[in-house]
Design a protein around this ligand. Sequence first.
Ligand SMILES: [Zn+2]
Length: 352
Amino acid sequence: MPYESQMSDLAEGAINQHGELVEVLFLKNNNKDSVLVFSNVAVVPVDYHYHGYDIRQEAYAFRVAAQLGGTDPFSLLTFGYSGTGPQCYATFLETAGFLDTNVMDIKAPLKLKADGTRINGTNRQAKWTQEITGNSIDDARQKIEEPKFPDACILFEEVVSDGADATKTVTVDTSSQEEAERTAKKQVPPSSEILEIRTVDKQTFHVEKIEALNETEASTKAKERIKSAESAYKSLAGVTCVREAHKGFLGIGKKPGIWEARYNLSQKEVTIRFRPPATIRIHYGSKKLKCNQCGNAMTTTTDGISYVGAGPSVESAVLKLRCEKCDITRIEKKWEIEGEWIAWDDGGYTIL
Ligand SMILES: [Zn+2]
């Protein structure tokens, strides 16, 4: 296998520096995003660029890179479902003493432990929404699902459409009633019930200015301007001279005159009466987003958060929640309020 000795060297170097490799977390992206967890609690992301990890801390990797003629050894641990990548990863894990080294059939998120145990994870989001439609608001409410996770709750319900009858009028440039109705129907919300559709002819006209030497040329040019796609509903009614052609400067040559081309346009005015489906949008989220006193969803802000002797990373890690009704605020961890994370089946979590 190519790179076998280099992958062994990489694993040995990492273990010398950080202690035993305890577990590997496969996070996402076709297994291109995995994380190495060592016994001295060092956590090394394989895709260190993406995670903003300073790879200069891994001095052993530079010796291996030199053997590889400058190739980044960690890049060999990012892989798809077959080929060199999984083989490199298997060699790395074997050197680290892992019992199960087959990473070919990994479906992220998955945690692989040294003893071969595999622990599944679930991708979680602090906030998400779901749209539900029905014959009425009450009917839509019957279909509301309870959140799958015990620490999640319904924050609030938003009425997108109450399902009341509505009317819309659309004007379409066409001579075809069928086309006019088809175009107009696209402008009502999907799954609406069409109650009535009325189409009336509307004749109108359109004027354009054209330069020409005489009426024949003006007429020809005017007809040429009608695109083939328009010919079904646009026709030339006539041309009128606005300014005659005249001799050029010092009587040399001939300057074109100005003509007005008048076009007839066929339009249809379609009026649709329709009943849109009743639609509600359910906002789900972390229970931490609710006020402990009144149960309302709280608003989030970073206003007024300040630290003594702490860097900006700490500041961006928390949010202030505020209940307008009770006029109270509290501080929560940002990732639990707005973040994305993986909840592992053994109870742990990884913030993405
Ligand atoms: Zn409250």
